[in-house]
Design a binder for this molecule. Structure first.
Ligand SMILES: Cc1cc2nc3c(=O)[nH]c(=O)nc-3n(C[C@H](O)[C@H](O)[C@H](O)COP(=O)(O)OP(=O)(O)OC[C@H]3O[C@@H](n4cnc5c(N)ncnc54)[C@H](O)[C@@H]3O)c2cc1C
Length: 271
């Protein structure tokens, strides 16, 4: 693999918690294309790249000379175009993430020159309230959306439901809490599924993001019941959560959006 094919440089990396990383990459000698919040980029590394220590050994070595490539939702704002920020979970047995977790500032990585994806706010009717539901790194596209548009949300209400196992896996927590305090339009509602493992008792709700919807958290926050006519729902991350949420939302009349049949639920499945 020619070194120049790795066309971007790691500017910054930090681990939110073990196995959960924020990675900033900068194109080397070329400009990032325009993109819309919610879209994804592709990262790649050659098979020779080292794997991080806490990953599983590979059963079969990947094909030499072929970049290992995967899609990552962009977490940075589309108006902060000097770098791309990605929010990545370590899949210990995975092909690419153990190699991404071994990267240090200054290391090179391949960044696909095209940024694509339909998981964007312009899919939803203008002005509808937004419920952005994620598990784990499914939060990434919402960070890009919020960082780009929250200041101009106007009368539109915006809520993030974020689910994780533990409180320390709730990435971007301080930024989301600050947005919640600073923006009357915005509500951040985290939920954890393993409260018994918290060293300091967790004061928030316990369970899954689906429970936040079922328990009418938004009705209490917004003062009205979200309905298909006034609200669009975005779902991102774990496909099991997405399928479950789609079924629950259907009880309230929400339908999954497709090109053929418009609906009020927009989904991005990570696998
Ligand atoms: C449009 C799109 C956007 C994506 N954005 C992100 C993102 O912002 N952050 C991110 O971490 N991943 C994201 N992914 C998943 C990512 O592309 C890779 O699949 C993931 O990083 C695993 O790669 P790997 O080579 O290490 O594992 P592989 O060898 O490809 O193994 C894949 C398996 O890993 C598991 N897996 C994949 N993604 C995750 C995840 N996020 N959390 C837990 N388990 C997972 C699943 O069991 C999957 O079958 C996105 C995928 C798509 C299609």
């Amino acid at each position: 693999m020619a070194k120049q094919e790795l066309n971007a440089v790691v500017q910054q990396r930090y681990e939110v918690a073990p196995g959960l990383m924020v990675l900033r990459v900068v194109p080397d000698g070329w400009d990032l294309p325009d993109f819309k919040p919610g879209q994804f980029a592709v990262l790649g590394l050659p098979p020779e790249a080292p794997r991080c220590p806490d990953s599983d050994a590979e059963e079969e070595p990947p094909k030499p000379e072929k970049l290992i490539r995967r899609a990552y939702s962009i977490a940075s704002s589309s108006v902060a175009r000097e770098y791309l920020e990605l929010y990545i979970t370590l899949v210990r047995s995975g092909g690419l993430t153990p190699r991404l977790f071994a990267l240090q500032p200054g290391d090179r990585v391949w960044l696909g020159p095209k940024i694509t994806g339909n998981f964007t706010l312009d899919q939803a009717p203008q002005g509808t309230n937004l419920v952005l539901v994620a598990t784990g790194t499914g939060l990434a596209p919402y960070m890009s959306m919020l960082r780009t548009m929250l200041h101009e949300a106007g009368n539109r209400k915006v809520a993030v439901f974020l689910g994780a196992r533990h409180s320390w896996d709730l990435g971007y927590q301080s930024e989301l809490l600050a947005m919640d305090r600073l923006s009357p339009a915005f509500s951040y509602r985290p939920i954890i599924s393993r409260p018994a493992e918290e060293p300091v008792p967790w004061g928030g709700p316990a369970g899954y993001v689906q429970d936040l919807w079922r328990e009418g958290v938004l009705e209490k926050t917004w003062g009205f019941r979200p309905a298909p006519l006034n609200t669009s729902v975005f779902l991102c991350g774990n496909p099991a959560m997405i399928d479950n949420m789609v079924a629950i939302l259907a009880e309230d009349g929400f339908r999954e959006h497709s090109r053929q049949e418009p609906g009020e639920i927009f989904v991005e499945r990570y696998w």
